[in-house]
Design a protein. Structure first.
Length: 427
C-alpha cells in the first residue's frame, strides 16, 4: 500500500441508500478516524503505510477468525490444520506490533483449533501473558451423535500483563446478573407500593436469601438493605485495621468513640461520604452505601452471550440473514469495556459483518468514549446458492463481505440517527 492509495469516504445518516460519497487520494491514515481496510489482513498489517499509522497504538483487538470447521458457510472455512496454524500465527504476530503495552487481544474459537490457537498465542505473547479463556454459550443442537456442544471460547492475551488493569465489570453489563437485579427490584417495588417500607425491607432479606440459593451465588447476600425511596444497597462497615481513635466532626454531627481493637476511616472519608449522600447509620453506627445497580465484579469466565444474540442484532436492523455467524454486539462491547479507555483505538482484522464496528459506535453514542475503530476485511465473494447470497441480491447489494459490512454499519447509523463517517482504504 503506497502513499497514493485511493479510498472512499461515506457519511451514514444523510441517505440510507447512498454508497460512498467520493474518491480521494490517501496521503496519511488518521488513526482517530473510523477506518475500513479492504484486502488481505496480513498484507495490510504488514504494510509500512498501515504500520506507520497503527504501530504501538491499539489497546483492544477482537477477531473472529475461521474456525476451520469444514462447514458449508457462505465463506471459506476449510484449511488443513498445518495451513491454519501458519495462517493464524502470521496474522497474530503481525497484530502484536500494533498493540499498546497495556493492549489485549480477544480471539473467538471453538474446539476444532482451540489447542493449536493456545500454542500459537503462548509462542507469540508468552505463557505469562495469558489472561484466560472465556466460555460462551451456544444454541442447543439436537442432531449430535455424542456430545451436544453448546459452547465456544474467547481466548484472551495481554501484550504485557503487568500493564493491564484489573478486569472489573458492572454487574448490569453481565446479562444474567442484570436480569436478576431487575427482577429483584421489581419484586421489592411491588411489595413496597402495596405493603410499605417495613414489609418491603423484610421481604428484601427473604428474597436475597432465596436468590442466592436459586442462582448459586454469595455476593448478593450483602445487598439486603432498603432505602426509604426503594433503592437496594450494601452497607459497608467503616471500621479499619489500625489503632483505635475518636472521631469528632461537628459539621456533620458525627461523634464516634474509639473501638476496642480497630480504627475508624479517616475524617476526609466520612466527609466525602456525607457530602455524596452515601453515609447511613444502623444502630448508631455509620456505614457507607453502595447501591446494587452500581455493584461490580471481576469478569467471569462463563458468559451468557448466546450465538443467537448476534443473529438477533441483524434482525433488529432489518437485515437478518445477511451473515451466517455474526457475534453478539453486546459481547464485543463487554470485552471492550474491560480493556479500553476513552479515546482508545480498537482493531478487528476479521471484521466479517462489522459487529465490532457497531459495538464501537454504540459505546461512543451511549457512553461518549470517543473510541476509533479499524476494521480489516478481505473482499471475499459470497458463495452462490446460500441464503446470504440470496439476501444480498434481495436487498440490492453486491454479494461480497465488504458490502455486507458497510451496509450493516450504514443501516445501523441510519436507524439510530447517528452521524458517523468511515474512510475505506483498498489495498
Amino acid at each position: 500500500m503506497d502513499n497514493q492509495v485511493p479510498h472512499f469516504q461515506f457519511n451514514t445518516t444523510a441517505n440510507k441508500n447512498s454508497i460512498f460519497d467520493s474518491f480521494l487520494t490517501a496521503k496519511k491514515i488518521n488513526i482517530k478516524n473510523n477506518n475500513i481496510f479492504v484486502g488481505d489482513n496480513l498484507d495490510i498489517m504488514s504494510d509500512l503505510f498501515f504500520l506507520n499509522a497503527y504501530k504501538n497504538s491499539v489497546s483492544f483487538i477482537y477477531i473472529d477468525p475461521p474456525y476451520n470447521t469444514f462447514n458449508n458457510f457462505s465463506y471459506n472455512d476449510s484449511m488443513k490444520s498445518e495451513e491454519w496454524n501458519d495462517f493464524m500465527e502470521k496474522r497474530i504476530l503481525a497484530s502484536y506490533s500494533l498493540m499498546l503495552e497495556r493492549g489485549c487481544i480477544f480471539i473467538s474459537i471453538d474446539d476444532n483449533e482451540y489447542a493449536n490457537l493456545k500454542i500459537i498465542c503462548d509462542k507469540i505473547f508468552g505463557k505469562n501473558n495469558f489472561i484466560g479463556t472465556f466460555i460462551t454459550k451456544q444454541s442447543q443442537r439436537s442432531n449430535t451423535k455424542l456430545i451436544n456442544v453448546v459452547h465456544e471460547y474467547v481466548v484472551c492475551y495481554a501484550k504485557n500483563i503487568k500493564k493491564v488493569n484489573q478486569f472489573k465489570i458492572s454487574r448490569m453489563d453481565i446479562p444474567s446478573d442484570a436480569n436478576m437485579i431487575k427482577k429483584l427490584y421489581s419484586d421489592v417495588k411491588i411489595c413496597l407500593e402495596k405493603n410499605g417500607y417495613n414489609a418491603a425491607s423484610k421481604y428484601l432479606k427473604e428474597l436475597v436469601k432465596k436468590y442466592c440459593e436459586e442462582y448459586g451465588i454469595t455476593w448478593l447476600i450483602n445487598y439486603n438493605n432498603l432505602s426509604e425511596d426503594g433503592k437496594i444497597y450494601f452497607a459497608k462497615d467503616l471500621s479499619t485495621p489500625g489503632n483505635p481513635r475518636t472521631v469528632d466532626i461537628p459539621s456533620i454531627g458525627l461523634h464516634l468513640e474509639p473501638l476496642h481493637s480497630r480504627g475508624w476511616s479517616s475524617d476526609s472519608k466520612f466527609l466525602e461520604l456525607f457530602n455524596n449522600n452515601r453515609l447511613v447509620y444502623k444502630d448508631g453506627r455509620p456505614y457507607s452505601v453502595t447501591y446494587l445497580e452500581e455493584s461490580e465484579d471481576n469478569a467471569p469466565s462463563m458468559l451468557n452471550f448466546y450465538s443467537r444474540f448476534g443473529t438477533n442484532d441483524l434482525k433488529k436492523l432489518g437485515i437478518d440473514g445477511l451473515f451466517d455467524t455474526p457475534k453478539p454486539v453486546d459481547m464485543i462491547k463487554y470485552f471492550i469495556r474491560l480493556v479500553a479507555k476513552k479515546d482508545d483505538i480498537i482493531l478487528d482484522y476479521f471484521a466479517g459483518s462489522g459487529t465490532t464496528g457497531q459495538a464501537v459506535l454504540e459505546l461512543n453514542n451511549d457512553l461518549d468514549l470517543n473510541l476509533s475503530v479499524a476494521l480489516i476485511q478481505i473482499d471475499e465473494e459470497i458463495c452462490k446458492k446460500t441464503k446470504v447470497y440470496k439476501k444480498c441480491i434481495e436487498i440490492g447489494i453486491k454479494p461480497n463481505l465488504i458490502n455486507i459490512l458497510s451496509h450493516r454499519l450504514k443501516t445501523f447509523c441510519y436507524n439510530r440517527n447517528i452521524d458517523y463517517s468511515f474512510k475505506i482504504y483498498k489495498k
